[in-house]
Design a protein around this ligand. Structure first.
Ligand code: AOF
Ligand code: ZN
Length: 464
């Protein structure tokens, strides 16, 4: 019986999805004589809490009733008065709680206060489900970092694209619609520049009454075209582009053999950069002996690269994009420590991997990339409690290695396509031994049309 009422509470709480973050999803049911007297949920950020909403609608009848709520009632004066206050005022006899509230302002004191005034309190009703519902809130309030879910769609042989690079569509309509439900659940959605250059996505939430998540793009070298869907819609959907601080563009870049053809290609393609580049050329870069020396060696002076970046930042900002400049870190080319390699065969495997990494898409940009932990810190500080990362493989690999992933959503299509193994959902260096694999816990499988969604959590945010 208690569990049945708590199930109803959870269904109610879910209705707040997309509207209450970074606050928790909370539902509440008031029960008298085994029947529901009133029910409600936390409807919007800053609005009344679930308990107050439900109790306000039952008048005098609440006296002697039971109250079910998935999160411990609060006892602090925040944006609204404490819920314990109205529970006591209305004469509730028993309170059934799903799980405790780790918010330091509450943290067991809500329950203690109710008990102190003679209310009978039972905790732990459907506790696991209650924790699962608010995994974002619990993670964010305890760490200050956004809860991060990694999402991808792959074939049964673990590929995310065909040889042409096409990935439309791996999964069917039901699975693709489900992604929009996920996007409603997360405050932000994040992609790497490789994915955006390949697919030019909108990264919006296309369901009725859906709320668009904040869109975040990791674009260390600011390669995002001004003509992309992301930029064109930035005036109506909040869009953050994270890049390396322009002042840190290395003077040796783009000089190396790998990035030169790509730089030339970009130069030809990007009409938007051309006039500015020409203008800079006419003006000449600041006279600087080091730059001149580099110029003789065939390198672009870094002041010019920095100026071009500044110009691009300015253009993006004018289009409504928030550009965040972050400290850079060296781009790793491989992660195996020499000490991990114990025999020749493994050494050969590693050099193969190095080769693949060097050839892989998006791997041969500037030798510097933005620091993901620094970006996560800043996102957390700016109130972003949750991020759905939608690839591609390079950013997934980097996040896993940084230990920043909390949950995985893998959409699995019963299709086989073969092809290059670098078209995998997680790229970059992997692991040597199966015992080093990241183990997902609390896994769930949801059939979606002809596809499946497999999801699970990385409890300790273990990195590969
Ligand atoms: C909610 N909704 O239904 C319950 C919450 O910012 P405030 O003043 O609204 O307080 C938010 C805190 O209140 C939240 O972190 C959680 O600890 C507690 N309970 N919050 O937003 C609710 N019951
Ligand atoms: Zn409250």
């Amino acid at each position: 019986m208690e569990e049945q009422f708590m199930k109803r509470v959870l269904d109610l709480a879910r209705q707040g999805e997309g509207r209450v973050s970074p606050n928790p999803l909370v539902g509440c049911v008031v029960v008298k004589n085994h029947a529901i007297l009133a029910e409600d949920f936390h409807r919007e950020y800053g609005g009344f809490h679930a308990e107050r909403n439900a109790l306000l609608s039952c008048g005098e009848q609440a006296a002697g009733a039971d109250l079910y709520v998935n999160l411990e009632p609060c006892c602090h004066h925040g944006k609204t008065p404490p819920c314990t206050e109205i529970i006591l005022e209305k004469g509730i006899r028993r309170v059934f709680v799903g799980c405790l509230d780790p918010n330091p302002l509450v943290a067991g004191q809500g329950i203690a206060q109710l008990r102190q005034y003679g209310v009978e309190v039972q905790t732990g009703i459907l506790e696991q489900e209650c924790y699962r519902l608010n995994e974002i809130f619990f993670h964010y309030i305890q760490t200050g970092r956004p809860f991060t879910a990694m999402k991808y769609a792959m074939t049964l042989d673990g590929r995310i694209a065909a040889d042409s690079g096409s990935s439309q569509w791996i999964t069917g309509e039901a699975a693709r619609n489900h992604v929009h439900m996920l996007r409603r659940r997360y405050t932000a959605i994040l992609a790497g520049i490789g994915t955006v250059l390949a697919d030019d996505p909108m990264l919006d939430c296309r369901i009725e009454e859906g709320v668009n998540p904040v869109r975040i793009l990791c674009d260390s070298d600011l390669r995002l075209p001004l003509s992309s869907h992301l930029v064109k819609s930035a005036d109506r959907i909040r869009t953050i582009v994270a890049c390396c601080d322009p002042g840190t563009v290395p003077s040796t870049w783009p000089q190396d053999a790998e990035s030169k053809p790509r730089a030339a290609e970009l130069h030809l393609q990007s009409a938007e950069l051309k006039p500015r580049a020409a203008e800079l050329h006419l003006q000449g870069a600041e006279p600087n002996p080091r730059a001149a020396e580099l110029h003789l060696q065939g390198a672009e002076p870094n002041s010019r690269a920095a100026k071009e970046r500044e110009w691009k930042i300015d253009q993006l900002r004018q289009a409504g994009v928030e550009v965040w400049t972050l400290p850079p870190e060296p781009r790793p080319n491989q992660s195996y420590e020499p000490t991990q390699i114990s025999n020749r065969r493994q050494t050969e495997q590693v050099s193969d991997l190095r080769q693949q990494t060097a050839n892989g898409a998006g791997q041969s940009r500037s030798p510097l990339r933005l620091s993901l932990p620094a970006l996560w810190k800043r996102l957390g500080e700016s109130g972003i409690d949750s991020i759905l990362v939608e690839g591609g493989g390079t950013i997934h690999g980097s996040l896993l290695r940084e230990g920043l992933v909390n949950r995985v959503y893998a959409y699995l299509a019963p299709k086989l396509i073969g092809g290059e193994c670098n078209r995998a959902p997680i790229q970059g260096p992997g692991i040597l031994r199966m015992s080093d694999a990241c183990q997902l816990l609390d896994t769930e499988i949801l059939p979606l049309g002809e596809d499946w969604l497999v999801s699970g959590v990385l409890r300790k945010e273990k990195s590969i």
